[in-house]
Design a protein around this ligand. Structure first.
Ligand code: UGA
Length: 441
């Protein structure tokens, strides 16, 4: 088994570290935040992720998993150092690589034996070459350091499962030594391994994410057309899904993709293409469709209502998808400012996202409107004039059509996730608008 260090304890780094420990490696997770390290040592995960805490506690107790702020002790004799720090989007769409550069510099100044540096963070094609040169430029000891690309394909909310049961492991290396090292590290996972060049590995990550984003935007585009011509996007998707070349997944139309990955990675690839004098028209279109899609329901509601001023507006779901407390690029963040500007009194409910949302919008008067956070769906719906569903949490899906009718002052519902059967809502007396499906009156 190998001695592994992991830089960064966000979604990518922490989950990778925990899963490496789970299959038997000796793992040290490094983070600059002392409080976070103490929290993790006490068995608490800094992120909301199914199964993670359980595996953190188990592997910490077994002595295979350690946390530290002392990167020197973690890096100096590691066989492999995985980099899983953030690469946030910059205003022009490019990726900010400063966190990677900091870790690369620390590695160069610390390693005392031959070591493989593995970049897990999503980075523009060509970055791994640069990281390797950068480390070699600053290397203090006479040791061999090579850089490999090993992009991550986990989705938030099912990160541990996605890592332990990944569809494939992509390894991008430039030498047999690096390839063999990564194959050995991943051997206990018993998963298909695709071994390619570093640049191809980097591109596989973007091409995969952007393809999925494209698939969603395509379905949203078709959904909008379905509404105009009287077709039902869910039936259309069902009919399409039987074709194995299309596949059954990621065909759900809604209020657009959010999260930390698709929005960032589409813009980053588009930027990369532009830098090379190429216009990536498909991805540009996916970005455009997604932008408009996020406020599709708000626009629909504006056509139906004279004003939001003084109306009680129930918001069900704040996070960008269920199973996470992450709000990045969430449709709620696009719509709530519009509703507040329009004078709405918002009653927002989310099973886990409220604390994060409060950091952006504190409770009380906000602009022309106000916002109150409530602890149940019922509280949000009680006497509401309008309801918007932004996230398909299980407990939101469990609300029966009759409850909208019973609890709301006027049962007017805008569903961004197509949770309900159109006819069932109609029969329950709810005025129900969704995405890409006929409106029943
Ligand atoms: C995504 C990819 O699914 C992962 O494979 C990838 O590793 C990850 O990005 C990453 O690059 O780190 P994630 O952003 O966590 O994972 O979430 P997804 O489940 O893919 O959902 C992304 C967005 O697409 C959500 O807003 C979701 O609501 C939306 N979506 C998804 C749809 O609108 N329709 C669908 O059919 C599927």
């Amino acid at each position: 088994m190998n001695k592994i260090a992991v830089a960064g304890t966000g979604y990518v780094g922490l989950v990778a570290g925990v899963c490496f420990a789970e299959v038997g490696h000796q793992v040290t997770c490094v983070d600059i935040d002392e409080n976070k390290v103490r929290l993790m040592e006490s068995g608490v995960s800094p992120i909301y992720e199914a199964d993670l805490e359980e595996l953190m506690q188990k592997n910490y107790a077994a002595g295979r998993l350690h946390y530290t702020t002392d990167y020197k002790s973690a890096y100096k004799d590691a066989d492999a150092i995985f980099i899983g720090v953030g690469t946030p989007e910059q205003p022009d769409g490019s990726a900010n690589l400063s966190y990677i550069a900091t870790v690369a510099r620390q590695i160069a100044e610390t390693v005392e034996k031959d070591c493989l540096v593995v970049v897990k963070s999503t980075v523009p094609v060509g970055t791994n070459d640069k990281v390797e040169k950068f480390i070699k430029d600053f290397l203090v000891n006479d040791v061999k350091v090579e850089v490999a690309s090993n992009p991550e394909f986990l989705a938030q909310g099912s990160a541990v499962h996605d890592t332990l049961h990944a569809a494939r492991i992509i390894i991008g290396t430039e030498s047999k030594w690096a390839e063999e090292m990564l194959r050995k590290i991943y051997e206990p996972f018993n998963l298909p391994i695709v071994s390619v060049s570093r640049r191809s590995a980097e591109m596989i990550k973007y091409a995969s994410n952007d393809f999925l984003a494209l698939k969603i935007s395509y379905m949203n585009d078709i959904a909008n057309l379905c509404e105009l011509v009287g077709a039902d996007i869910q039936d259309v998707a069902k009919g399409m899904s039987y074709d194995e070349r299309i596949g059954a997944k990621f065909l759900n139309a809604g209020i657009g993709y959010g999260g930390s990955c698709f929005p960032k990675d589409t813009k980053a690839l588009e930027y990369l293409a532009r830098q090379h004098g190429y216009e990536l028209r498909t991805i540009k279109a996916a970005i455009d469709v997604n932008k408009d899609q996020k406020t599709m329901l708000y626009k629909k509601a504006c056509r139906r209502l004279i004003t939001f001023s003084g109306l009680k507006v129930a918001i069900l779901g704040l996070t960008f998808k269920p199973g996470t407390d992450d709000l990045r690029e969430a449709p709620s963040l696009e719509n709530i400012p519009l509703l507040l500007d329009a004078g709405a009194d918002i009653y927002a409910y989310d099973p886990v996202g409220i604390e994060n949302f409060k950091k952006k919008y504190s409770e009380g008067k906000n602009g022309q409107g106000s916002i109150k956070y409530v602890e149940s769906v019922e509280e949000a719906l009680k006497d509401a004039n309008v309801c918007f569903i932004f996230t398909e949490w299980g407990e939101i899906k469990a609300v029966k059509p009759e409850q909208y009718k019973k609890l709301m002052r006027t049962a007017l519902v805008y569903d961004g996730r197509n949770i309900y059967d159109v006819e069932a809502m109609f029969k329950a007396g709810v005025e129900y608008y969704s995405i890409g499906r006929p409106y029943m009156k």
